[in-house]
Design a binder for this molecule. Structure first.
Ligand SMILES: *Cc1c(COP(=O)(O)O)cnc(C)c1O
Length: 356
């Protein structure tokens, strides 16, 4: 970073019960902030007490939605070190998202330096309980006060931290999925490739309707033919059919997950192929009818691997794996979390030491 990060220390809050963290309910003592203007570029990097933001009511993010976020975790290893998992991938994707939303680029090394500096200040918040971690949420919003429709000339970059519990309390519980054929999440040429709040806003309605019918998540189909599978909830999705691993090709409306690419590399390293190709929902149903649909699972930073136990499409429900996580889903989960927490050797060079 060109300027040194200014640190203003805040009061230490009472820590929550480590056994009841949940996801994204508690926030640490500090946050990172940095401003951008067209004239000055990025400036005034600072770590300050966690507090509400002051925004002009005309701030462009509130009206035209210029915003991008990232999500990664800091993991406490058994030897006390704090590890990050492939933060360079998040930094690169952050820039890709920003590019799509006409927002400024940031040096990848500055992004990582900001994350490390903030985690160092709030290191006491990195949970020690197995499976728990410190979720890191960097985001950027357009702050110029103006209502004309054009890209903002000012932005605010913020990082907040949230201690989160293990996604799986008692083992991996497969999720029930509704295959959404009315609403779409993203279209090719739209914002699907960017990690931006708009994609989440467009997903909420289908998600709520599915929840009401007691499904956990929806499976998103492509917006043109309502046929090709894109993502599951806010995760990428994998299928194992007759021994072949398949995941949808990054076709322009799918987010390029860090977990997705790590899972592909792991499966390859184990000697299996992964086909990145279009996969239709009717192909999945046909495989199920023929008895060759072995596993379905989602992948993402929050859950790492989420096995799918059932799908419902066109009024027809199919079950996968008899209520248990598939063999490969379980093996991938154990291996990836093993690397993330430093329990297993990191042959890929994925982990980055954040604090010794
Ligand atoms: C963040 C996200 C993912 C998962 O990405 P990871 O980098 O693996 O956490 C998948 N799909 C969507 C829509 C996302 O926003």
């Amino acid at each position: 970073m060109k300027e040194t990060i200014r640190v203003v220390n805040g009061k230490a809050k009472a820590k929550p019960d480590p056994n009841a963290l949940g996801f994204g309910s508690y926030f640490t003592d500090h946050m990172f902030m940095m401003d951008y203007s067209n004239e000055q570029g990025w400036h005034d990097p600072r770590i300050v007490p966690y507090a509400p933001l002051q925004l002009d009511p005309a701030a462009m993010v509130l009206h035209y939605g210029q915003a991008v976020f990232e999500g990664l975790k800091a993991y406490r290893a058994e030897d006390g070190r704090v590890l990050l998992f492939r933060p360079g991938r998040n930094a690169a994707r952050f820039n890709l998202s920003n590019e799509r939303l006409t927002m400024p680029q940031m040096d990848e090394s500055d992004f990582i330096e900001a994350v490390k500096a903030l985690v160092a200040v709030d290191a006491g918040w990195v949970p020690e309980l197995p499976g728990a971690s410190l979720y890191i949420r960097p985001f950027i919003i357009a702050t110029e006060a103006a209502l004309g429709v054009r890209p903002s000339s000012r932005y605010l970059f913020v990082i907040i931290l949230s201690p989160v519990g293990s996604y799986y309390g008692q083992g991996m519980k497969p999720v029930d999925i509704y295959v959404e054929d009315r609403y779409v999440r993203a279209v090719r040429g739209g914002l699907g490739v960017a990690k931006t709040p708009a994609n989440y806003a467009s997903s909420l309605k289908a998600q709520e309707l599915a929840k009401r019918e007691h499904y956990d998540q929806v499976l998103w189909l492509d917006a043109v033919e309502s046929r090709y599978i894109e993502e599951v909830g806010s995760m990428n999705v994998f299928f194992r059919i007759n021994g072949e691993f398949v995941t949808p090709l990054l076709s322009g409306s799918i987010l390029d997950g860090v977990t997705r690419s790590s899972i592909i590399e792991l499966i390859n390293a184990w000697g299996y192929e992964v086909s990145e190709r279009r996969i239709a929902i009717d192909e999945v149903y046909r495989a199920h009818a023929e008895g060759t649909l072995q596993e379905v699972f989602g992948t993402g930073t929050a859950a790492v691997v989420a096995p799918v136990g059932s799908l419902c499409w066109n009024g027809e429900r199919i079950e996968i794996g008899r209520g248990e996580a598939g063999e490969m889903a379980a093996r991938l989960y154990e291996t990836l979390t093993g690397i993330q927490y430093g329990r297993l050797p990191d042959e890929f060079g994925w982990t980055v030491t954040c604090l010794e």
